[in-house]
Design a protein around this ligand. Structure first.
Ligand code: PBG
Length: 320
C-alpha cells in the first residue's frame, strides 16, 4: 500500500474521491433593511447581504465555478405565522428574482423553505396554546412559501422544518400551482443539533422561552430513525434528500448512500464552519486544509453535494 503513496501524481491517480467545485452549494443570507453587508461575528467571512451585495457575492462564486446557492432571508418584520416567507415582495422572493434575472439557468438557485426566520417566536411553524408547533397547520404555511419561492424563480425548494408530511404538501402545492419542474431537496434527517448556534445569529432568531426544537428535529441518539425519515420523504416525492449536520452524522450519510440512488446532500453547518475558523484564527489548525479534509470526508461518506460556508474559500483553492 505504501508503494502507492510515494508521489503526489500517484496519490492523485489512486484517490477514491476528488472534491470538486461542482460539489459545493453556498448558503447565503439576504437581509431586508440594509444597504451594506453586515458581517456575522460568529461566522467569520460570512455576511448578511443587502440585495446588491448578494448579487456581487454570487458573481464572485459563479466566477469561481460554484454551481449552486441556497438562500436564507432576514425580514424587516416578523409575525406569529412568518408571513414574509410567502410575501411575493419578501426578501428572499426579491433575491430569487434578481438572481434568476442575472444568471438564468447557469446557476442552480435554491431556497431554504421554513418559517423560523420569519416568525416572532422563532419556531418553524404555528405555535399552539401549549407552546408546541402544530404540525398540520404548519403545512399550509410551507405550501404558501413553496409557491411564492417557485413563482419567484427557485429551481429547488428545500424544506427544513421537519414537519411530518411537508414534502407531500409542498409537492402537491407546486403541482397545483403549475410548477412541476421545481425540485424538492428535503432536509430529511435533520438533527436537533448544538451546531446551529452561529446560524441563529446569522438570521437573528431567538427561540421563544429559551426553547429548542427537540420536539420536531431528530434526537442525535438515533440513526435508524433517520433512515425512516429519509424513506418517508422519498415516498412523498423528494427529489433529493439531505443529512444535517454533516461531520457528526457521516454514518447516516453512508447508510443513506447504501440504500438510495437519488442525490444525497449533506449540510456542513454553521457551528462546524465556525469551529474550524476559530481554531484556525488561534493558529491551532490549518483552516484551509481542515476544511478540505472535512468536505472530502463528507463526499467519501457518500454525499453527492455539500452545503458549506466554505464554498467560496474552497472553490478558490480547488480552481474551477
Ligand atoms: C431552519 C434552518 C436552520 C439551519 C438551516 N435551516 C436552523 C435550525 O434548524 O435551527 C441551520 C444551518 C446552519 O447551522 O448552518 N430554517
Amino acid at each position: 500500500m505504501r508503494r502507492l503513496r510515494q508521489t503526489e501524481a500517484m496519490r492523485n491517480l489512486v484517490a477514491e474521491v476528488h472534491l470538486s467545485v461542482n460539489d459545493l452549494v453556498a448558503p447565503l443570507f439576504v437581509r431586508e433593511d440594509v444597504s451594506e453587508p453586515v458581517p456575522i461575528d460568529s461566522l467569520p467571512g460570512v455576511s448578511q447581504h443587502s440585495q446588491d451585495s448578494l448579487i456581487s457575492e454570487v458573481d464572485r462564486l459563479v466566477t469561481l465555478g460554484v454551481p449552486a446557492v441556497i438562500l436564507f432571508g432576514i425580514p424587516a418584520e416578523k409575525d406569529p405565522e412568518g408571513s414574509e416567507a410567502w410575501n411575493p415582495a419578501g426578501v428572499v422572493q426579491v433575491a430569487l428574482r434578481n438572481l434568476r434575472q442575472r444568471f438564468g439557468d447557469d446557476l442552480v438557485v435554491m431556497a431554504d423553505l421554513c418559517v423560523d426566520e420569519y416568525t416572532s417566536h422563532g419556531h418553524c411553524g404555528i405555535v399552539d396554546a401549549n407552546g408546541r408547533v402544530d404540525n398540520d397547520e404548519t403545512l399550509d404555511l410551507y405550501a404558501n412559501a413553496a409557491i411564492a419561492q417557485a413563482e419567484a424563480g427557485a429551481h429547488v425548494v428545500a424544506p427544513s422544518g421537519m414537519m411530518d408530511g411537508q414534502v407531500l404538501a409542498i409537492r402537491d402545492a407546486l403541482d397545483d400551482a403549475e410548477q412541476p419542474d421545481v425540485s424538492i431537496l428535503a432536509y430529511s434527517a435533520k438533527y436537533a443539533s448544538a451546531f446551529y448556534g452561529p446560524f441563529r445569529d446569522a438570521v437573528d432568531v431567538t427561540i421563544a422561552d429559551g426553547g429548542n426544537r427537540s420536539d420536531y428535529q431528530q434526537d442525535w441518539r438515533n440513526g435508524r430513525e433517520a433512515l425512516e425519515e429519509i424513506r418517508l420523504d422519498v415516498g412523498e416525492g423528494a427529489d433529493m434528500v439531505m443529512v444535517k449536520p454533516a461531520m457528526s452524522y457521516l454514518d447516516i450519510v453512508t447508510r443513506a448512500r447504501m440504500e438510495l440512488d437519488i442525490p444525497i446532500a449533506a449540510y456542513h453547518v454553521s457551528g462546524e464552519y465556525a469551529m474550524v475558523k476559530a481554531a484556525a484564527a488561534n493558529g491551532w489548525i490549518d483552516g484551509d486544509l481542515a476544511a478540505i479534509e472535512q468536505l472530502t470526508a463528507i463526499k467519501r461518506a457518500g454525499a453527492d453535494f455539500i452545503l458549506t460556508y466554505f464554498a467560496g474559500d474552497v472553490a478558490g483553492q480547488l480552481g474551477s
